[in-house]
Write a protein that binds this ligand. Structure first.
Ligand SMILES: Nc1ncnc2c1ncn2[C@@H]1O[C@H](COP(=O)(O)OP(=O)(O)O)[C@@H](O)[C@H]1O
Ligand SMILES: [Mg+2]
Length: 393
């Protein structure tokens, strides 16, 4: 048996416990139609990881539903069902990270205040301009780095990094643009974009703050992206890209220190992404896609795990899908999505997967496919200890 594991649920016929190994780094896909229990299953995995308590958990929450994990489940049937799994209802310590100013983002001061009253830590997350590479700055505004405006912005950011290291703000980039040689028209165009970036209110306005210090090892870290529109500039993707890049770099350094026997207090990280097709879509590029692919492909060594959930597995980039050695498949009906899942199948299960997926019915019924163990187990996902958010009003 594994030292550390995620207790996902039990096998539907014999009732054996179904576990996922958690001592080592994993890539897990959770898929199925809307309403089949994907977010719920993610919640179960997060609870299990929090119960283990040895890794940092970062949840990317595009719908703003995971804050309810701070409260105990109160649904009577589910609470009764927990008994079988040796779990009891409870809320978890939760660090809710809100890009920008929480009061402004929620549009109502009573919302964050009430959350705090319920024991949720609500934190403003601001990105450091220096945590974006010059390329990312250009990508953000869709500026080509071979074209005048792109070249200017690229140079200005690079110059800031040279002169000021990591501690610079958008104003410093602006000042650098002013200093550069170039046409006034080009400068104005770049300045307009920088002004716009100020207005988004997701960048640090006073000083550099280590992102690492915002993540809490003893809490579930939830990044609420529902407060920013999935707009033209891909701000949601930007936030993920900056966080993931930062964590990747930190963990790579930590891994090297560990290998050399040097002390390191940088824990391993589980990144959990709901509605993941938005952030690493197949067939188009986004600010976050490159780092997520890298995380999936090269993250094992530095101890980075990934759980992605989507109702459209076919819409997730294949480079990520093919890394998911564990698949938690809820009911699927679309042919494309079935094919996307089936294409990942190894020889041991080419037969009958379709029929097995069709047999899945109620919420929480899944097939747990594990390539390392070469098993397919029909699993009823266990009830939640904490309250599931996400029902519609
Ligand atoms: N394992 C489960 N046990 C009990 N109820 C579940 C389970 N999984 C899902 N549900 C129910 O199904 C509903 C839809 O689940 P949800 O995870 O929000 O769907 P999805 O994310 O796939 O759209 C939830 O509100 C919950 O009541
Ligand atoms: Mg969902």
């Amino acid at each position: 048996m594994f030292k550390e594991s995620i207790l996902l649920g039990k096998e539907t016929e014999m009732g054996d416990m179904v576990r996922i190994e958690a001592d080592r780094s994993q890539r897990i896909l959770v898929c199925g139609k809307t309403g089949t229990g994907k977010s719920y299953s993610l919640g179960v995995c997060i609870e299990e990881l929090a119960n283990i308590g040895s890794n940092i958990i970062l949840v990317i929450d595009p719908q703003g539903i995971f804050w309810t994990m701070a409260e105990a489940n109160t649904v009577p049937d589910e609470v009764d069902g927990l008994w079988d799994f040796d779990r009891s209802p409870r809320g978890f310590p939760l660090n809710l990270m809100v890009p920008g100013d929480p009061v402004e983002r929620f549009g109502d001061p009573e919302i964050p205040a009430e959350m705090e009253k319920r024991g949720i830590q609500v934190q403003s997350l601001r990105l450091n301009p220096s945590d974006l590479t010059p390329e990312m700055w250009c990508d953000l505004f869709d500026l080509d780095i071979n074209e005048l405006r792109g070249i200017m912005l690229f140079k200005a950011v690079r110059q800031c990094k040279r002169r000021l290291g990591r501690d610079f703000l958008i104003d410093d980039i602006s000042a650098e643009v002013d200093r550069l040689k170039g046409l006034d028209k080009t400068k104005e165009a770049v300045q307009r974009r920088l002004d716009m970036a100020q207005d988004w209110q997701i960048f640090a306005e006073d000083q550099y703050r280590e992102i690492w210090e915002i993540l809490r090892p003893d809490q579930i870290n939830v990044l609420d992206l529902s407060v920013i529109a999935q707009g033209r500039y891909g701000l949601r993707n930007l936030v993920i890209a900056v966080l993931a890049n930062f964590i990747f770099r930190k963990r790579t350094i930590a891994r090297r220190r560990e290998a050399l026997g040097l002390p390191s207090d940088t824990r391993k990280v589980w990144l959990v992404i709901d509605e993941a097709h938005n952030f690493c879509p197949s067939g188009k590029s986004t600010l976050s896609k490159e780092i997520l692919i890298r995380w999936a492909k090269e993250g094992r060594q530095p101890g980075l795990s990934l759980i992605v959930a989507s109702q459209q597995p076919a819409a997730i980039d294949r480079e990520i899908l093919t890394q998911c050695g564990i698949r938690i498949v809820h009911r699927i009906t679309s042919k494309d999505d079935f094919q996307a899942v089936n294409a990942l199948s190894q020889d041991y299960l080419t037969d009958g997967l379709h029929a097995q997926i069709k047999r899945l019915t109620g919420p929480g019924q899944t097939l747990m496919i594990d390539d390392a163990r070469e098993t397919v187990v029909r699993t009823q996902v266990r009830p939640r200890q904490s309250l599931h958010g996400g029902g519609s009003a």
